[in-house]
Every structure is written in structure tokens, then in C-alpha cells.
Design a protein around this ligand. Structure first.
Ligand code: XMP
Length: 319
């Protein structure tokens, strides 16, 4: 007789037995998997758990505050908010090659995580929100090219380097089961149903050089776009939706004047697992209304396009 309630109790016992009176560090990304793992471990061992939330300055509007607030206020989990945006944006300054940008972010992420983890005395375990499909995927790809989708957040190689043992309470679960467990643990539906957000964050939605100005424009446009999607009741039908700011400025007219501002692309796809995807068939009315809102409400954008590429041949993200 298998229920989520029973799984929860069983995992709590397993975690207690594995960890004993030692300390556990958990990297929080703000995503569902690491959040559910952290909350479950916190139920098992309370203050023996410390979470580290690495803020690389590439998050969406209010995202850091929301994640940090939820864990500190609602769950009372010990949490280090590592605001390292100056470091990340500094190293990314002037870089426009997609792979170089990803490598910089991946390396800094590990450095930063390690720096904060080193401040936690007697840490013996590293918690990760690894799911069953991640386990399968990393096995089948081992030795091959580094194509694991989540290599960035499942801080590969870090546990060995730091001499930490792994705690992976979600290793037997599929995504829908993790969501069910999250509900069981009291996470709000709005959080559990959130679209996936990539580890490198807005960096891969800002093709070309990343500047603070572009990031700010991108954040505002993304917020308007997601607001539109929610208002039209489409959020749960779409697997992932976001804005990419394009590395080009174009000419427009506004009132009596000429504008010369950035163009952006809206993206929305349906998918089961992110491996393949179809672009979402919005109505022209929705697209027109959204374009008008973005151009009127977001200073710095004067042209909106809709990306109608499916995957394959496109990827979901722009980089
Ligand atoms: P692509 O762009 O490869 O994206 O079609 C497929 C899914 O994976 C997400 N994605 C990432 N997630 N670290 C992550 O944690 C990454 O480096 C990364 N790259 C892409 C993307 O948002 C989509 O859901």
C-alpha cells in the first residue's frame, strides 16, 4: 500500500539513519526538485541542514527574495543567500560565445558553492535533488560528451572534491511524484507548477554580451509576458515560456518620435520532458495584445517577435 505519506515517513527515517548527528549542505536553485529535497531533509534533521542559494545575478524579477523568503519564513530553514552577482556579471562582461558563457557560470557556481560550504563546520553530506531520470541519464551519458541537461545544478564532481557524501532522497522518484511529495510537504501549488528555469538563468536568454541594462529590460519584459499568460489562463497549458532579449536594436516610431531600442523574442513551448517540444499556438489576438503591452510598458524594447521554432531543430533556450 504505497502512498506519498508513507514514502515521506520512510524517507525521513532513512535520512535520519544515514546522517546521524552530522551536518548536511544543500544547494537551492529555487526549482521544485532541490526545494522538495531540502524540505524533506529539514523535516528529518531540522537545523543540521544548511541551504545555500547562489544568486548569480541572472534571476528573474523578485526571484531571489521570493525563494529566500519562502524558505526562511515558511519553513524556518537555515539559509545562506550568497549574493554573488557582481562576481558573475564581472566575469561574464564582454563574453558573447554561448559555450564560454556557460563554462564561466558553471565554474563560478562551483567555486562559490564551495566557498560558502567551507564555512559550515562539520559538514559531512551534500544533498541533491537528483531524480530517477537524472540517475538514468547520467549513467547512459557517462564517458560521452557532456550533454547532461542539468550538469550545472547537480554540481557534478563536487561531492568527491569536497569529501562529502551524497544525500539524494528523490533518487527513486519521477517528476510527477516529486510534485506530489511537494504538495504533501505543504508547498503551494503555484510553486509546484512553476515552469522549469535553467541553471545559467537569464544568461542563455540574452544572446551576445550580457549587460546589466539588457538584463533589466529582459526582466521587465518577461514579467509582463508571464502576467499576460497567467491572465489568459494559459500558464498550466504551457511547459515553459520566457522572453529572450535580442542582441540587436531596431528603429521604431512612438508618438512623433523615432525610437532605436532592443527587439525581443517571446518563447512558449509544450513538452513532456524538454527533450522535444512544440511551439505553443497562441491566438493572434493574444500575441498582438502582448506585443503592445511589452512595448508600452517596457522601456528599451520597441519590437516583439514570436519564436515559432519547435525542438528539434531548435532548442528551447536561445543558447
Ligand atoms: P534546451 O534549450 O536544451 O533546454 O532545449 C531543454 C530544457 O533544459 C533547460 N536547460 C537547462 N537547465 N541547466 C539547467 O538546469 C542548464 O544548463 C540548462 N540548459 C537548458 C531549459 O530551460 C529547458 O527546460
Amino acid at each position: 500500500d504505497w502512498t506519498m505519506g508513507a514514502y515521506r515517513e520512510q524517507m525521513i527515517a532513512t535520512i535520519r539513519e544515514q546522517v546521524g548527528d552530522k551536518r548536511v549542505i544543500c544547494g537551492l536553485s529555487g526549482g521544485v526538485d532541490s526545494s522538495v529535497a531540502a524540505i524533506l531533509i529539514h523535516e528529518a534533521i531540522g537545523d543540521q541542514l544548511t541551504c545555500v542559494f547562489v544568486d548569480h545575478g541572472l534571476l528573474r524579477n523578485n526571484e531571489a527574495t521570493e525563494v529566500v523568503g519562502m524558505f526562511r519564513d515558511n519553513y524556518n530553514i537555515q539559509l545562506i543567500h550568497a549574493d554573488e552577482s557582481d562576481l558573475f556579471l564581472g566575469e561574464l562582461d564582454g563574453q558573447s560565445d554561448p559555450e564560454t558563457k556557460r563554462k564561466i557560470i558553471g565554474k563560478l557556481f562551483i567555486d562559490v558553492f564551495q566557498k560558502y560550504a567551507d564555512t559550515i563546520e562539520d559538514a559531512e553530506f551534500l544533498a541533491q535533488g537528483t531524480l530517477y531520470p537524472d540517475v538514468i541519464e547520467s549513467v547512459s551519458f557517462s564517458g560521452g560528451p557532456s550533454v547532461t541537461i542539468k550538469s550545472h545544478h547537480n554540481v557534478g564532481g563536487l561531492p568527491e572534491k569536497m569529501g562529502l557524501k551524497l544525500v539524494e532522497p528523490l533518487r527513486e522518484l519521477f517528476k510527477d511524484e516529486v510534485r506530489a511529495l511537494g504538495r504533501e510537504l505543504g508547498l503551494p501549488d503555484s510553486f509546484i507548477g512553476r515552469h522549469p528555469f535553467p541553471g545559467p538563468g537569464l544568461a542563455i536568454r540574452c544572446p551576445g554580451e550580457i549587460t546589466r541594462e539588457k538584463l533589466e529590460i529582459l526582466r521587465e519584459a518577461d514579467a509582463v509576458y508571464i502576467d499576460q499568460i497567467r491572465k489568459h489562463g494559459l500558464y498550466d497549458e504551457i511547459w515553459q515560456a520566457f522572453v529572450a532579449i535580442l542582441p540587436v536594436r531596431t528603429v521604431g516610431v512612438m508618438g512623433d518620435g523615432r525610437t532605436y531600442d532592443y527587439a525581443c523574442a517571446l518563447r512558449a513551448v509544450t513538452s513532456v520532458d524538454g527533450m522535444t517540444a512544440d511551439y505553443y499556438p497562441y491566438s493572434h489576438e493574444f500575441l498582438g495584445e502582448t506585443a503592445t503591452r511589452i512595448i508600452n510598458e517596457v522601456k528599451g524594447i520597441n519590437r516583439v517577435t514570436y519564436d515559432i521554432t519547435s525542438k528539434p531543430p531548435g532548442t528551447i533556450e536561445w543558447e
